[in-house]
Design a protein around this ligand. Structure first.
Ligand SMILES: C[C@H](N)C(=O)N[C@H](CCC(=O)O)C(=O)O
Ligand SMILES: [Mg+2]
Length: 363
């Protein structure tokens, strides 16, 4: 199975409600879709969101990176040589992690199709069902409480609460949500870099003293502030998770060396795809560090790849934040992974199992 052509499209999917974090507000997912065509007629699918505020990727940079740097190296490559292809992708240019991820995901999709097996089996196998949390956008306190109650009523047993705005209001937000859903859902906070280290310690110690139980707190401080992250990790009982601070294995090794965080959030759009995500999971496992598998604002195309990886690395990736498809107003994919609120399940279809993407605008 040889790669003959790489095509692109723009996929627009409205969100059910605006997605609001300390970094941005989004109403519509607008992601670049990659199709890798082969001489056997098989097509592999990938997706890249333009999360400029986190990865630096824009629609223009994703297309340019693939068209000028990655695609020319892949034409004619045999999909059976997976490791050679991932190496070609990862060394094609610096950074541009979402562009690399989209192409890698499509290649892994083809690799599963080549051997007629679902991707998770090619990655080592596992139990093909996972449970995701749901994100609660940062908003007025009453709205966040109502959204949290509604999420619990929809069956979500873990909520990812977005904070990182005014520290005093954030503390009130969390206390109010905890009082409303206390025994019915695990609470994860994500400050998306919105606090200083001292603010984070103040907020988390205040919440701990008030008896508010949090499963973890994600990225309390700026991405580059590993000293600040360690300062927080050393002073609170609540586990601290690194997200924007870690993209690839080098940063993970440094974070572990510094003991700056307790948990690592792996996202394919930061790692540049599956190959590097596997390296991170293996490094974390060697050091006894737990990982979360997360996503950006992505549909069921690239999130499907993250699900396959999570299933195959279930002993490392013990926390799942793959709610992108649940945030979408509709599923643009025919086939693929089944996203049913909190429960996500994989079929036996080869690769990612995607048959068609509806509403794709060719570029
Ligand atoms: C969608 C997911 N639950 C999430 O919250 N991801 C964010 C980044 C999303 C974005 O801004 O596109 C995160 O974990 O920081
Ligand atoms: Mg995060």
């Amino acid at each position: 199975m040889k790669i003959t052509e790489i095509r692109y499209g723009m996929l627009r999917v409205p969100l059910k409600t605006p997605f609001k974090t300390a970094l941005r507000t989004v109403d519509v997912i607008e992601d670049i879709i990659v199709e890798i065509h082969t001489d056997t007629g098989n097509i592999g699918y990938g997706e890249a969101p333009a999360t400029a505020v986190i990865t630096g990727d824009t629609h223009g940079s994703i297309i340019e990176a693939i068209a000028k740097f990655i695609a020319p190296r892949l034409i004619g490559q045999d999909v059976a040589n997976l490791n050679r292809i991932t190496q070609l992708i990862q060394t094609s240019l610096e950074k541009n992690s979402s562009a690399k991820a989209a192409v890698e995901i499509a290649v892994y999709d083809l690799f599963g199709q080549l051997y007629n097996a679902p991707l998770y089996k090619m990655l080592g196998g596992g139990d093909p069902v996972v449970t995701t949390d749901l994100t609660i956008s940062v908003d007025y306190i009453d709205k966040m409480v109502a959204d949290s109650i509604q999420a619990v009523e929809r069956g979500f047993e873990a909520l990812k609460i977005k904070v990182g705005k005014d520290i005093g209001v954030d503390i009130e937000r969390i206390k109010a949500i905890y009082a409303a859903v206390e025994d019915r859902a695990l609470l994860r906070l994500d400050a998306n870099q919105g606090w200083t280290a001292k603010q984070a310690v103040y907020a988390l110690q205040t919440l701990e003293d008030a008896g508010v139980k949090l499963e973890l707190v994600e990225q309390p401080v700026k991405a580059q502030d590993l000293d600040g992250m360690r300062y927080v990790t050393e002073r609170v009982h609540t586990p601290i998770m690194a997200d924007e601070s870690v993209f690839g294995p080098t940063q993970v090794i440094e974070l572990i060396r510094m003991r700056a965080a307790d948990i690592i959030n792996i996202k394919l759009m930061k790692t540049g795809g599956i190959s590097s995500a596997i390296h991170i999971a293996d490094i974390a496992a060697l050091h006894g560090i737990e990982c979360m598998i997360g996503c950006m604002l992505e549909t069921s195309i690239s999130v499907a790849a993250a699900v396959h990886l999570a299933v195959a690395k279930a002993n490392v990736i013990t926390k799942v934040d793959l709610d992108g498809p649940s945030l979408c107003a509709f599923n643009p994919v025919d086939g693929g992974v089944n996203f049913n609120e909190s429960e996500i399940s994989i079929t036996d279809a080869p690769g990612l199992g995607i048959r068609e993407i509806r509403g794709l605008q060719r570029l």
